[in-house]
Write a protein that binds this ligand. Structure first.
Ligand SMILES: [Fe+2]
Length: 283
């Protein structure tokens, strides 16, 4: 089993701050959205530090825009590093995407053209980010609805090359793989099978909105069966990987998310009872 396996976590959301602190739920770790805490003080910061005393944390960002041709935002990175020094996360992640150009933020996680030129561009920037932050850095696959005629390779080959050459790690979002597989008509299992397990450090699980002809990554529903099925396959391929549920909208009571987390744990336990029997007791 990997030294980096944190177990089963949740995204820490404002609606659950007080509940988490009072009830100390059976959650192995929390992922926090970095941008929500990159401020000097205030109530969210109070809860962050209070909850951190009881749980390991990882930091997840949405604003790095690693794929953009704009220069890296040093002010943003400085705030990110300061927050990391405060809460000592196990790792920091952001998305393999671009979010804007020439200072204009689209507030969307836009996919990259899958080209050698883009790989070289991102690898150089990831190396700068890693040097600056001095902590393990993960890139997450985004869901997408468009593709570029310039693309020269598959998303999974592009993602693998970026990670291999830059030395960063992967946050595999199982829902995003499913969503993109439906929108771009590829086989989600081919995606999983092409990824080298040694690069995978974390999984995201989430729900989406299915419009039959296309699927949108809304993160506002329970995790649906096809995503659970893909998660089971990911557990078989990658073994014990730190897993969390990422719910961003239509936030249910904490107990509902804890039940979903139990389901993730039981799927993983079923798989690991065959592949990693020595660790099932500890889950
Ligand atoms: Fe995600």
């Amino acid at each position: 089993m990997s030294d980096h396996f944190l177990g089963f976590g949740l995204g820490l959301r404002t609606q659950h701050f007080a509940d988490v602190l009072e009830t100390r739920p059976n959650v192995d770790w929390f992922e926090v959205i970095s941008e929500n805490f990159m401020v000097a003080g205030g109530k969210p910061k109070y809860f962050l530090h209070a909850i951190r005393e009881h749980y390991p944390m990882v930091m997840h960002g949405v604003s790095m825009s690693i794929g953009s041709t704009d220069p890296l935002d040093i002010e943003y990175l400085t705030k990110l590093k300061k927050l990391a020094n405060e809460i000592q996360p196990q790792w920091i992640s952001d998305h393999l995407c671009w979010t804007g150009l020439e200072g204009i933020n689209s507030h969307d996680l836009l996919p990259m053209p899958y080209t050698e030129e883009a790989i070289q561009h991102i690898v150089e920037r990831v190396q700068q980010v890693q040097d600056f932050l001095g902590r393990p850095f993960l890139l997450e696959n985004v869901s997408s609805y468009i593709s570029y005629t310039e693309s020269e390779m598959s998303e999974w080959d592009f993602y693998s090359e970026v990670v291999k050459r830059s030395g960063c790690l992967m946050l595999l979002d199982i829902n995003n793989i499913y969503v993109s597989s439906r929108n771009h008509h590829f086989n989600a299992e081919d995606y999983l099978n092409s990824i080298d397990p040694k690069y995978v450090r974390q999984f995201h699980l989430a729900g989406h909105s299915d419009f039959t002809d296309y699927v949108i990554d809304t993160h506002d529903h329970d995790i649906p069966d096809p995503v659970w099925e893909l998660y089971q396959k990911a557990c078989r391929r990658f073994g014990p990987i730190s897993t969390m549920i990422e719910r961003d909208d239509n936030i249910p009571p904490l107990n509902d998310l804890l039940l979903e987390l139990e389901k993730a744990k039981s799927i993983a336990q079923d798989v690991f009872s065959n592949t990693h029997p020595q660790m099932v007791e500890t889950l």
